[in-house]
Ligand binder design. Structure first.
Ligand code: PRX
Length: 599
């Protein structure tokens, strides 16, 4: 399956002209499907959003959730499987588009009965169970704003998001509700906590004070729902993401996003009617919401979702048992599969796979090479952000992949490498990765924070991404790094400030500085430098205690895997932690300009 060695030049990213890799079509000969986007150049040149609007049949007022589910439920796709669900314990079930419509309608009615109205924020804090998916759709159908949250979040992360958004209702699960009870007192606007899995008549998981039973309320609710007609600019969902400073920001997306969701799923994910698609991301992160809910269902595609955590054998067996054809995952997961070794992969028949994509961090050429060997497919990297709301730069099935490159801008999107004044830089120059504002899924606001929203647009004419990159002569973009201190760990974006704030709440911690430290498996791991309070001494036990503290309080993905105790943290004269210097010292790099360092 692997083409002969010669063509496989895995050149460093700075090399302008690498020998081309075969296209998908050339590699996977027995699976000759014409890509949905057969000619990238032509599509880019002639692209018009108006044509996508027509193709999707977008006539406002309209509701994205209804377009993604109800339109299929009243078409020949009515009995097509929309969702194949597999639980952490191996249990499974299916939902057709018709069932998905009914279930989400009942949830919509449940929320209306509880007083939720258009524009209210309803947050969802659930494991990846079917109720997560039906709830997000039900919320959107009544014109409320959905706020999916990752199930690993601790009380502090929950409080920040619910407080900032002024959420009126939270839908959670018995296994997670304890965390919300710990902060509910601090959330004056949170009126109802709806719990999945609590028994109404005693039992071993009875409802607790103030809670509402999801099952009982849904049972009482009708399957007939008048879906709210929305203006395209009305909010659809909010996802919180991290920056360098301050608490997480609530990125607001609107119903108009559907144009980007639909067409990127068609052209980048290459979804076709007969595909069985698996996105491994949790809807608490943007990939899991956009490409694990909206995009594929707008295309009427069957999706697989797995509740459990990463496990190489289980993941391969999901591909085999469900016959997954298109798979969207992350470099960390791919690296972990690679580490699990060739013996594991050989046990499974993975021939159903025809297309693999990756997002979230740089995709190492080494991983692409491994993918070729074990799947006979070239893994396609994609680049985007919570703020962009859809894939912006990608490798397309009809275009040769340059391993290590994120690919080319999506049609209808202008990406450029610019300097601080907004001038476009020539090919090969490193600079700020920027996009021309105006694509349909661009974030519309940061919830309640116009000042921080405007910071993305300080260079006239551009949306700045916070990433640095360069472009080669043929227009391929190559990721260099973050321009700020944001940490990307195992594909998750973590703000150092959030971790530092949580750390100093520990009884022994006086000060903390947090950086991302390169890690072969996770991209980066979180490393914390800590100054202890008077009376506390560094020890292994204390280190473990602090790690556990963050894991429970903030989130399992945000705890520092490495801790170093110090006598002092380098700061600027104005008292800002110099993370740049902490990082340079950690990695043995030049310390750079130290003129602002306090004495
Ligand atoms: O730094 C880039 C990195 O992830 C950031 C966006 O994070 P988030 O909003 O959490 O969204 C992640 C998934 C959509 C970017 O600013 N990133 C994303 N994709 C890539 C990437 N870095 C390198 N290569 C990528 N393909």
């Amino acid at each position: 399956m692997l083409p002969s060695g010669e063509g496989w030049a895995f050149a460093p990213s700075s090399v302008q002209s690498v020998r081309r890799l075969p296209t998908e079509k050339e590699i996977h000969k027995e699976n000759r499907l014409t890509p949905n986007l057969p000619d990238y150049k032509k599509a880019y040149k002639g692209f018009q959003w108006e044509a996508v609007r027509t193709e999707l049949g977008l006539v406002p007022p309209v509701n994205l959730a209804s377009k993604a589910v109800d339109q299929h439920a009243s078409s020949w796709r009515r009995n097509k499987v929309a969702l194949y669900w597999e639980g952490a314990e191996g249990q499974n079930c299916k939902y057709t588009f018709y069932e998905l419509k009914n279930e989400s309608n009942r949830i919509g009615n449940m929320l209306l009965n509880l007083g939720v109205r258009r524009g209210d924020r309803v947050f969802v804090f659930l494991p990846r169970i079917p109720e997560l998916y039906t709830s997000v759709i039900g919320i959107a159908k009544i014109g409320a704003v959905a706020g999916p949250m990752f199930s690993a979040f601790g009380p502090e992360a929950l409080r920040d998001r619910l407080l900032d958004s002024g959420a009126k209702v939270l839908i959670t699960h018995t296994s997670l509700r304890e965390r919300i009870h710990r902060v509910w007192d601090e959330l004056p606007e949170l009126r109802h906590v709806i719990v999945v899995g609590a028994s109404t008549s005693g039992g071993h998981m009875p409802l607790r004070k103030g809670e509402v039973s999801f099952e009982r309320e849904v049972e009482k609710s009708s399957r007939g729902l008048e879906v709210e007609d929305m203006d395209l600019e009305d909010p659809l969902y909010i996802l919180y993401t991290s920056g360098t400073t301050g608490k997480p920001k609530g990125v607001v997306h609107v119903h108009h996003d559907m144009l980007s969701h639909y067409i990127t799923s068609r052209w980048v994910l290459d979804l076709k009617e007969e595909d069985v698609y698996w996105c491994t991301a949790d809807p608490g992160w943007v990939t899991g919401t956009v490409y694990g809910i909206w995009g594929p269902w707008l295309n009427g595609c069957s999706q697989v979702t797995f509740e459990g955590r990463f496990d190489a054998e289980h993941w391969y067996s999901i591909i085999e048992r469900y016959g997954v054809t298109v798979w969207y995952t992350a470099p960390t997961a791919l690296r972990m599969l690679m580490k699990a070794g060739p013996e594991v992969v050989k046990k499974y028949n993975l021939k159903s796979l025809r297309y693999i994509l990756s997002v979230g961090e740089p995709l190492n050429p080494e991983v692409i090479r491994w993918g070729m060997e074990v799947f006979g497919l070239c893994i396609h990297d994609t680049w985007w952000q919570t703020e962009t709301g859809a894939i912006m730069i990608a490798n397309y099935p009809s275009m040769p992949v340059r391993p290590g490159s994120m690919g080319k801008p999506f049609p209808g999107t202008e990406a450029a490498i610019i300097d601080g004044k907004g001038n476009k830089l020539p090919p090969g120059s490193s600079g700020i990765l920027a996009l021309k504002p105006g694509w349909p899924s661009m974030m519309r606001a940061l919830w309640g924070d116009e000042k921080r929203y405007k910071e993305y647009f300080t260079i006239p004419g551009w949306y700045t991404t916070g990433d640095t990159a360069h472009m080669d002569k043929e227009g391929y973009f190559w990721f260099i790094g973050r321009a700020d201190d944001v940490i990307m760990t195992a594909g998750h974006r973590v703000g150092p400030f959030e971790v530092e704030s949580a750390l100093v709440e520990h009884r022994a911690v006086a000060e903390a500085g947090v950086i991302g430290k390169p890690d072969p498996e996770r991209g980066e791991i979180i490393k914390a430098f800590i100054v202890l309070r008077h009376g506390h001494k560094p020890s292994r036990e204390l280190e473990e205690e602090i790690k556990e503290f963050i894991r429970h309080r903030l989130s399992a993905h945000a705890y520092p895997r490495e801790i170093q105790f110090m006598d002092g943290i380098p700061k600027t004269r104005s008292g800002k932690i110099m993370r740049r210097l902490l990082k340079a010292r950690e990695l043995g790099l030049p310390e750079g300009d130290l003129s602002t360092l306090e004495d």
